[in-house]
Write a new protein. Sequence first.
Length: 330
Amino acid sequence: MGGWAIAVHGGAGVDPNLPQQRQKEAKQLLTRCLNLGISALSSNIPAIDVVELVVRELETDPLFNSGRGSALTEKGTVEMEASIMDGPKRRCGAVSGVTTVKNPVSLARLVMEKSPHSYIAFSGAEEFARQQGVELVANDYFITEENVGMLKMAKEANSILFDYRIPVIGLETCSAGAAAMDNSLQMNGLPIRVYAPETVGCVAVDSQGRCAAATSTGGLMNKMTGRIGDSPLIGAGTYACNLCGISCTGEGEAIIRGTLAREVAAVMEYKGLGLQEAVDYVINERLDEGKAGLIAVSAKGEVACRFNTNGMFRGCATEDGLMEVAIWEQ
């Protein structure tokens, strides 16, 4: 065994013009979450508990798109989704369409451990949450002023997402700004600069070589109600087995088509590739025209990440002293 390792992400597809203050805030949050995970892994807490702990922290902070601060649907409401997977026995749980659960990742964990199912959604997930006694809050808790403004701009721009935090110099209106953005990098048909998915995830391997993964998101700004992305789909946005754990972020529809998370494990299992090789292969060969990123750990204590977008909010650490928090390609 190579010791413990952990990686976190806060979404792929970062605009190069993202204000420095927001970059700093993102790095501070990622560092805080990494340190939380490092402390837990150093105390021999199992990987499955660590990924839940870290993702709960990310859900509670409104900076990224999960839990509080989730993207808003076309109706101005929040529909959250999350999944978690425990590698050793490939046990998993997932939820979608959650509107009052403070920490969707923990409800996904309860689906895995306290229900006969792997995936529960919408009113059924809400009912299960009440039965399990998890912390519930009004839908308003998740809605930030920032995201209300972003939804308004998304509607004016007639797009599924417009990131109003990026200044558009010299353009009078938001819709004109959106039309004037010529960027060859696209995600879901939108220029990267108007797309800010910011899904969160964590992967970890503990000192026993057990891998786990968890992913949580509010989805896309201005999405259709009822839309389900890759984050709660086992094998697409999240996967863990005896070899590795993976959490993906980016263009959900492309990640679903490429069964991205499972592909990493599959090429390790069937082609004999190492972790970084497998991650590189999948990003290069399995996304077609799509844009995404992922983080991964192996049972050997390795950590890897890769993205084909302008950037990805990410951090990683290993027992032998590696610790890195970054946004851009290095």
